[in-house]
Write a protein that binds this ligand. Sequence first.
Ligand SMILES: C[S@@+](CC[C@H](N)C(=O)[O-])C[C@H]1O[C@@H](n2cnc3c(N)ncnc32)[C@H](O)[C@@H]1O
Length: 274
Amino acid sequence: MKPFLKWAGNKYAIIERIKAILPPGSRLIEPFAGSSAVFLNTHFDEAILSDINQDLINLYQYLKQDGQKFIGYCSTFFVKETNNADTYYQFRKIFNSTGDMRLRAALFLYFNRHGYNGLCRYNNKGEFNVPFGKYTKPYFPAEEMMQFHHKIQSAQLIHQDFIQTMQMAKPGDVIYCDPPYVPLTETANFTGYSSGGFGIKEQEKLAELAKELSRKGINVVISNHDTHFTQTAYESARIVSFQVRRFISCKGDARGQANEMLALFGMDEEMLAG
Ligand SMILES: C[S@@+](CC[C@H](N)C(=O)[O-])C[C@H]1O[C@@H](n2cnc3c(N)ncnc32)[C@H](O)[C@@H]1O
């Protein structure tokens, strides 16, 4: 099932790799839900989807509650007359000042398909600030939204930080963590805060929590770049590394290789036996 949102770092392309390592369980918890690619393509009785991005969770909540009615409302923003820079910037202004959360949810979807590269970015005042994307005919994901509406009924949606979400886990749960990537090279900015406020401290805290929860019988899988830092931080986990082809340059033809890893923190049979 394809996510209806474009989302930086989404895991739709490597879903089979993730499914191969994800242990079974009664409830899936995704503290970094993003486009929810993993939830959409796995089958657990229950789920918690959580993210620090309030606009994302707000959109999911309307789609969960109102289904077709909300999809119809969103489609009214996907017409020829709204696909121009003037309207886009007007909508952006309204989005940044309105208290109407349903309108905000619909505009968030509009920006996802009409904004530059489907990016989601805010300035330090918390205002959405992605420029117009100049697409000829932005796609309206009606079918994907309907599928999402059906699937999401079994999930709890929460806007909160990953620490609080992970603390909700109980034995039998499976947690899939997909944090913002650590940089491929350990440059100076990694010692401070990288974009989105997710820096080295948060990466370390996540690894520490995964270790702690696995000792309580909760399996945790973390996705990240395969670097010296992650190899060290996840050394108690079972690690699977693989290559993913992706664009790493602004130039369309400059494709590069970036190693990706999946780390499984869990009790193996030996530990359970003894
Ligand atoms: C790499 S994306 C997840 C992609 C997702 N797995 C998918 O397939 O679309 C990382 C997500 O973490 C969220 N995030 C960043 N910092 C966070 C935090 N402190 N707590 C919870 N979520 C956070 C971002 O909003 C973003 O949606």
